[in-house]
Structure formats: C-alpha cells, structure tokens
Design a protein around this ligand. Structure first.
Ligand code: NA7
Length: 293
C-alpha cells in the first residue's frame, strides 16, 4: 500500500526534539496524523496543528496504515512496542511500520521478525540531520529492509527528508547510522582537543577554526559545531546523552562482530565524563567541557 494524502492514516510515537517537527511536516503535507507521547504535554503543538492525541501506543497502531516511531533508545522502543498497551499487538495486517530511532541492528531485526509474523512490513530508517533537518524536512534516511517497501514509503520520506539510502537487509540502516555517528563524535572531540591545545598555548580558537575551514580538515560538522565550542553554548540539537548512547551501541556491535574500535572506546570515556558532570541537557558539542575542568 502506498500513502495517499487525505485518506492514509499515519501514527507517530515519540514527540521529542525530532518527532515533533516530523509530525508537523506530515500535517502540513495534508496527512491525517494520530500521535502518542509518554509525556502527553509535549503533544500540544501537534494537537493545535490538527493531530489526534491517542491514549496509548496500542491505540495509535490500531488506527494506522503507516506507523512511525522515533524514541530515545532501545529500552524506550521496546517499552512502546511490547510494554503494557504496546503498539506491536495492535499493528494492522497490511500496514507498514518505519522506525527512525537509533537502536541496535539486533533490535531492528527482532522488530522486523515480529512485524512479519503480523503481516506488517517493517523498515529500520534512522535519520541524520539534527532537529534543524527535521524542521526543514531535510533529513537523510539510512534504510534497512525490503526495497519494494522503501519504494512504497518514498512519498512519506519525501515529506520528512531530502534523501534516503537503501543499505541492505533489516539492521543495515542502523549499522550505517552507528558508523556515521561515531565519525561525528570523533570529529567533534578532535576539534575540542585541538582547541584545548591552542587555548593553552595562548592562541585564539577562532584562528584555528579559520585555518581548518580553508584546509583539508574542513567538514560540515565542524562548520556547524565550531561556533558552539568557541562560544561555550550547547543548546541541544543532537543531545550529548544520545551521542553517548550511540557510541555504546557502536561498541556493542563491534564487540559482537569482533572488530576493535579503540578511538571510539576512548571517545566514549570523554563523552561519559561530560554526561556525568552535566546538570542540564546539552548538545554533544559540549564534549569540550572535558577540557574546561
Ligand atoms: P528526545 O528529544 O530525547 O526524545 C526522546 C523521545 O523518546 C521522547 O518522545 C520521549 O518521551 C521518548 N521516550 C524516552 N524514553 C521512553 C520510554 N521509556 N517510554 C516511552 N517513550 C520514551 O530525542 P530525539 O527526538 O532527539 O531523538 C530521537 C531518536 O532519534 C533517538 O534515537 C536519536 O538517537 C535519534 P518523553 O517526551 O520523554 O516522555
């Protein structure tokens, strides 16, 4: 089944930094949307825009042709799928389920198997682009699962994002997402280290960034995050607690596959330290605080 504006019913579970703007874009595109969030007060903006607020994940799944989930981590996703009033028991035969949370490839495969038992097509489709990408409808999806299913959901992905990649069977989207996030984490940590060195030498960090941006070391993520590090302002776009979670998931996967990730393991210690001292929710660029002890 392909989504059709006006008649297709979409369900959305998870209204965090990412889920809320994704929901707004679906409504703006004309889709009928039912939502649920553990903290129901976060649904206010979506309800005002025309979404229906359901009482449980089960209620959302029961009324959806397409279900989309985007919650923090594997335990959160297991809770909304298999906890009391969970969505899995109510997913409709013939419906399609897309999960855009970043979770383990193993959990993605477990969900794919449970969905198949119910006659439901599943895709793991984690995203990159941060909350600004979600707001602008410019996310990038990394997709694992059946190519025909992906073809059918392209109209929905086109509302939420600007590009999608079919990367292989179930779990492939999550595997590539974890590999990508470890690169982002290491790049930002490397910039923080270099800024600490330059500052201790009595030089201005701005000068280092200026040189970087003209050199082979330039990158999109450094362009976006360098101002945060220079100003010491870390309003969450992609929260440090979630990057820390992703580094843990990458290390777990590496352990299962027998691959050494020494730089990732070291970086996770730095992110762990900052997560431990942070009193509020911070962007992952706050890894700089490791050097501001
Ligand atoms: P946020 O802004 O931290 O939002 C997380 C969402 O997950 C939010 O809706 C939470 O509900 C929900 N959540 C967390 N734990 C649970 C449990 N146990 N049960 C139900 N719902 C839960 O994250 P983002 O939107 O930035 O990111 C979402 C995903 O995309 C994540 O995997 C990233 O790595 C990528 P709450 O509002 O706290 O009640």
């Amino acid at each position: 089944m392909k989504p059709t504006v006006g008649s297709t019913k979409i369900g959305l579970l998870g209204l965090g930094l990412m889920g809320r703007p994704m929901g707004i874009n679906l409504i703006k595109a004309g889709y009928s949307l039912t939502v649920w969030n553990r903290t129901s007060s976060r649904a206010g903006e979506l309800v005002a825009a025309g979404a229906t607020l359901a009482k449980s994940p089960q209620e959302v799944a029961a009324s959806s042709d397409f279900l989309l989930t985007i919650v923090s981590d594997p335990p959160a996703l297991e809770e909304i799928l298999w906890g009391p009033s969970g969505a899995m028991q109510a997913l409709q035969r013939g419906s399609t389920y897309i999960d855009s949370s970043t979770i383990s490839p193993a959990l993605a495969r477990k969900i794919a198997a449970a969905s198949a038992e119910r006659g439901v097509r599943f895709l793991d489709a984690p995203v990159t682009g941060g909350d600004w990408g979600a707001k602008k409808g410019e996310l990038i999806f990394m997709v694992g699962g059946d190519a025909d299913t992906l073809k059918d959901v392209e109209p929905l992905l086109g509302v939420l994002g600007k590009k999608w990649f079919h990367l292989g069977p179930h779990g492939a989207g999550q595997t590539v997402k974890l590999a990508m996030n470890l690169i982002l984490a290491l790049q930002v940590e490397a910039l923080a280290e270099a800024l600490a060195l330059v500052a201790r030498a009595g030089l201005q960090g701005e000068k280092l960034v200026e040189v970087l941006q003209s050199s082979m070391a330039r990158s999109g993520v450094l362009d976006v995050k360098a101002p945060n590090l220079l100003k010491g302002e870390y309003v969450p776009s992609f929260p440090l607690r979630l990057m820390h979670k992703d580094l843990g998931l990458a290390l777990d996967l590496a352990n299962q596959l027998g691959v050494a990730l020494p730089a990732t393991a070291a970086a996770r210690e730095t992110y762990s330290y900052v997560k431990g001292i942070a009193k509020e929710d911070l962007d992952y660029s706050a890894v700089m605080r490791f050097w501001k002890r």
